[in-house]
Design a protein around this ligand. Structure first.
Ligand code: FMN
Length: 225
């Protein structure tokens, strides 16, 4: 039983007392930002990597379905490619892929807690061609490939034992056929329309800089937090 289940005001007290944006956060000098948001994002990602931030490539992806219902989930960022697109991969049968099939509008957000930094990318997701999806699939570990073969995303699972049996079977399949590719594996590249860098501050003088597509280049605007 949760220690807050019978004491909602205790939960509110606990949440209110939790610090956010504590610690020694970097200060953003907007003038020092590069002209394009990809370089800016990569600079912050590298700083997160150098600082040992756990899983700095975990990115929240938000989509909307045909009825306009939104949903979010975390994926792994696989690349920011030469065309300046944010790349992630998933199963074509998943909810997010279904959403993107009817509405390719997408938002991504990264949060690097120790630095109090958030980046939001909004844009359009494009599915890469079959060869690129296959290459990405084959670059995954045998365990990850087996998990992809075993699963039926979002379908009811009768019990956990069934999952373990399916994983073991799929692992045998992957070991016997190391070139086997899951036809449902899909890689999406998100073409950004806007990228916002947000630098939190302990004094609450947070800073936001919004890059927006402007012809072949980018505009860059400092906005109120
Ligand atoms: C750290 C982390 C990384 C994940 N990476 C991926 C990923 O790269 N691709 C993916 O399809 N799901 C990934 N997942 C699982 C998704 O969050 C999600 O549960 C799953 O894709 C089904 O989502 P959907 O039904 O909304 O499409 C990851 C979850 C976590 C917590």
């Amino acid at each position: 039983m949760s220690r807050h289940a019978d004491d909602p005001s205790g939960l509110r007290r606990t949440l209110r007392r939790l610090p956010a944006l504590a610690g020694d956060l970097p200060v953003l000098d907007p003038a020092s930002l590069p002209a394009d948001p990809v370089t800016a994002f990569l600079r912050w990602l590298e700083e997160a990597l150098d600082a040992g931030v756990p899983e700095p490539h975990a990115v929240t992806v938000s989509t909307v379905d045909g009825a306009g219902r939104p949903s979010s989930r975390v994926v792994v960022l696989k690349d920011v490619d030469e065309q300046g697109r944010w790349v992630f991969a998933t199963d074509r049968r998943s909810g997010k892929a279904r959403d993107l099939g009817t509405n390719p509008a997408v938002a991504l957000s990264s949060y690097w807690q120790p630095q109090g930094r958030q980046v939001r990318v909004t844009g359009t997701a494009v599915a890469l061609d079959a060869d690129e999806c296959a290459a990405d699939f084959l670059a995954r570990s045998p365990a990850s490939r087996a998990a992809a073969f075993a699963t039926r995303p979002g379908e009811p699972l009768p019990d956990v034992a069934t999952l373990h049996v399916a994983l073991a079977r799929a692992r045998q399949h992957v070991d016997a056929h190391p070139d086997a590719v899951l036809a449902d594996w899909v890689v999406y590249a998100v073409v950004p329309e806007a990228v916002e860098l947000w630098q939190g501050s302990g004094t609450r003088a947070h800073q936001r800089v919004v890059y927006a597509r402007d012809g072949d280049g980018w505009s860059r605007t400092l906005v109120w937090p």
